[in-house]
Design a protein around this ligand. Sequence first.
Ligand code: FAD
Length: 421
Amino acid sequence: MLTDDELRLEVKRFIGDAWDPDLTLAEWWDRLAESGWAVPTWPTEWLGRGLPGAAARAVGEELRAGGVPGPPAGLGLLLAGPTILAHGTDEHKARYLRPIVNGQEAWCQLFSEPGAGSDLASLQTKAVRDGDEWIVNGQKVWTSGAQTADFGMLLARTDPDAPKHKGISYFAFSMDQPGVEVRPLKEMTGRSLFCEVFFTDARVAHSECINGLGGGWIAANTTLAAERAGLGAGGAGASGGGFPGKKNGMLEERVGALMEGARASAAQASRAERGAVAMRRVAKDLGRNDEPVLRQHLAQSYILDEIGRMMSIRTKQLRSAGRPLEGDGNLAKLQMSRVLRHGRDLGPELIGPWSMIMGEETPGEGNFQEATLWAPGPSIYGGSDEIQKNIVGERVLGLPKEPGPDKNTPFKDLAVGTQKG
Ligand SMILES: Cc1cc2nc3c(=O)[nH]c(=O)nc-3n(C[C@H](O)[C@H](O)[C@H](O)COP(=O)(O)OP(=O)(O)OC[C@H]3O[C@@H](n4cnc5c(N)ncnc54)[C@H](O)[C@@H]3O)c2cc1C
């Protein structure tokens, strides 16, 4: 087992040997994948180095310090990879893992539906067997990155006679086929990060079922656990390496130019002083930093930031010591929602009528308006705040579970929810 210093030295050596600013992003990600430093916590036979989470964080720090792109961002590496590693066959691993790690293929998460979000097991998208294939019909919603994804982690109901958690299967599903229609949704920020996805007689081979027929709920829970760990604890390793998949258009860009662009925007972001620091500066600029009520709210935002920072230090230290705190990811996500909600209210209070318009010429350079419009998202995705609290209550504190009278009833006979519609 390498010491922390030895590990960091090895990563530095790899960067020294492998880095060339003239490489394309695709070529760089190939080298990173081959080295095992892209996914150091994965097993050695599947492009990793079998290292613990703490070591992966050190690798991430070294890649960032070396000024090189980290592994591909996005849901392939964050969610699909860990799920396939845990539940896929060797054939699945051989087919899907390398293009995830070297960024050749992008993934999206086809879980939520109009009537199935928090209560995901109520999903109605159905798959019907047709020889060696399944025919898929239904609709997903809030699918982040579906516009550019090559594959989706599809949850579909394959057995309506089974109780709702048991009749679900998990497929590695090709997005590039005639039966798939992707419609981007416009958010109030003006961007389109997520989409509606409609399936009309779309097809997926039976061999692409992950964790066996009816084993979708267990595999989905692995995906959701990876999502919570990534969102709450900031994930492991370096991110921000760029977006994978040919449709994202970054694979042929030169890594030297990409990193220069990344450095320029990091410098710009630090000049723009996001969050609580920016609010204190703008309060001064507007001559409002003597107003007692506003000062209290600014102090509150400083306190919330500090609590978040200390929680993150505690999480890292306990994990490094091999004593992770149960529910730390859920708590970190709840804290993030709290910080964002506070900023959502304080920004407009601070800049007053300016908050009605967007743009860099407004106090705070437009960041407060942007933060206010984005604030609801993180308290919903990856499990809403209420769901995080339910998880902490039931799984960490051991409180009684929510009543679930429908657990043993065949899905087709359920009288609750929207599945009857
Ligand atoms: C920015 C963003 C990106 C997303 N990306 C994806 C994606 O890529 N793929 C994907 O599949 N989904 C994605 N989602 C969807 C997300 O997972 C769902 O929105 C979320 O699970 C909530 O489901 P819902 O919207 O159906 O709300 P509902 O489940 O209908 O919840 C409505 C309200 O009721 C509360 N509630 C529900 N059940 C309970 C309960 N048991 N106890 C207490 N309160 C409860 C909720 O907290 C919420 O306040 C994304 C969402 C957002 C906002």
